[in-house]
Write a protein that binds this ligand. Sequence first.
Ligand code: NAP
Length: 329
Amino acid sequence: MYTADAKRYDKMQYNRCGKSGLMLPAVSLGLWHNFGSVNNYDNMVDMCRTAFDNGITHFDLANNYGPEPGSAEINFGKILKDDLGAYRDELIISTKAGYDMWPGPYGNWGSRKYLIASLDQSLKRMGLEYVDIFYHHRMDPNTPLEETMGALSQIVKSGKALYVGLSNYDGPTLEKATAILEDLKVPFIINQNRYNIFDRTIEKNGLKEKAKELGKGIICFSPLAQGILTDRYLKGIPEDSRVRTSGQFLRESQITDDKIQKVAALNELAAKRGQTLAEMALAWILKDGYVTSVLIGASKPVQILDNIKATENIVFTEEEIRLIDSISC
Ligand SMILES: NC(=O)c1ccc[n+]([C@@H]2O[C@H](COP(=O)([O-])OP(=O)(O)OC[C@H]3O[C@@H](n4cnc5c(N)ncnc54)[C@H](OP(=O)(O)O)[C@@H]3O)[C@@H](O)[C@H]2O)c1
């Protein structure tokens, strides 16, 4: 039987999620890849144990994570049942709905019909009575914002989620949604968006500033650009890398010579700072206090151990920041 490391809370920094009462680990673990029915179950267990033993209390899922869709929730449900579940009150488990999940007009986007049914399915797959955070996974241009936010409100009132979050929303839509959720007294506390040295979208679309102004947290996904912002691809494309194991989301065509030259220059800077590139890329996101947590993925426990070291040095000189910008932008 699994017993968690007694020193786990000494190893992690916890940040307040916006102006809410919830603290999140500076590094959280996402189960988008490597937790599907095609992956090795023992490795999933090792990764979850490594994460929790090192203070990662937050595990992020979505209805469609797999492959096949839903299988990451099934596997995580098994891990909960077999060992982590004994620590349920020490875990923050999130899931989402918003992308294509089942056939027909009710298995996608942002209708009340879809969101409520999807969360019920997720809870069943994970064997949970509630999730800690339920997200609307992406903006829906065709469903009235009031309907989607109303569904999130109903979900919280029914006790199936403690908090709600919005994912892939931009600054102006976030502001509108916040006003509706405030009227409905919904504990909306967090935004989940892509952010990394190579992808500055949330700086450009106003989300980063707006979230802070509204007192909301931000958790950043793909903080390592799916592995590009590490030493993973510096000497070619390894057979066990995401490009090879899941070419659908990270394609070989994205690993260009130009990109690798930039990664090599960033890698050099990281070495001068006494960090791996993965550590520096995560530290760069955490440096100015806007971001509550970096939401990493991993294919091996050792990557998790590397990534949590990011918090040991999140201070950058102005010259280092300028250098990172000039290399990457
Ligand atoms: N809301 C949304 O729309 C959305 C979208 C995408 C993701 N997410 C969430 O964000 C989570 C993380 O996304 P992501 O997996 O793209 O994050 P990521 O951290 O940018 O990439 C993870 C990948 O980078 C590689 N890696 C990680 N640490 C490493 C290290 N220390 N050294 C070398 N390589 C390392 C591994 O790739 P290899 O497999 O090559 O080893 C790993 O699978 C997801 O699991 C999900 O929960 C949300």
